[in-house]
Design a protein around this ligand. Structure first.
Ligand SMILES: [Zn+2]
Ligand SMILES: [Zn+2]
Length: 169
């Protein structure tokens, strides 16, 4: 867990400081599939500034995840810039917007914050490409490699016979 000790910052009002921390991120498991960070340790840039009363934390990182396409199970990856902002005023009550949930005992929990910020940025589906055709619901083959359709099955002759009966009634 990467944390930043806020007691050592001693920011003066108006002062801005940048810190880059290497944060190790555990894979995400989404829809039963595992998505790994590439690489597993990524630089997280923090900009810390002192506004009146509260410290402002700005986080930015470049997300790169790889795993299985949610439609065809082929290789998929996701790259995205992630940013987030938190405030911390030691006087503000817990639960207040100015009392970041990621500050505990004067330490900013950078790993937990980065992970939550990433989770908010994840799309509903991670795909190999936006128009991935997925797997055939009938035979399970990859429709990207082998585009095909199945002809509708001929109606069962027994149903046809019943239809005939009904017409007679
Ligand atoms: Zn796909
Ligand atoms: Zn098929």
């Amino acid at each position: 867990m990467t944390t930043l000790d806020l007691r050592t910052l001693r920011l003066r009002p108006g002062e801005v400081r940048k810190e880059t921390l290497d944060v190790e991120l555990e894979p995400f498991v989404l829809g039963g599939q595992r998505y790994d960070f590439v690489p597993s340790t990524i630089p997280v840039e923090l900009v810390l500034s002192q506004a009146s009363g509260a410290t402002v934390f700005d986080l930015s990182l470049r997300l790169h995840l790889s795993g299985a396409c949610m439609r065809c199970l082929g290789f998929a990856e996701l790259e995205r810039d992630v940013t987030a902002r938190e405030f911390y005023d030691p006087e503000a009550p817990v639960g207040d917007e100015l009392h970041s949930d990621y500050v505990a005992r004067e330490h900013l929990r950078v790993s937990a914050w980065a992970r939550d910020a990433i989770a908010l940025e994840l799309p509903d589906q991670i795909l190999c490409r936006p128009d991935c055709a997925g797997l055939c619901p009938v035979c399970g083959k990859d429709l990207n490699a082998e585009p095909h359709e199945h002809l509708e099955r001929e109606p069962d002759p027994r149903w046809a016979a019943l239809e005939g009966l009904r017409e007679e009634l």
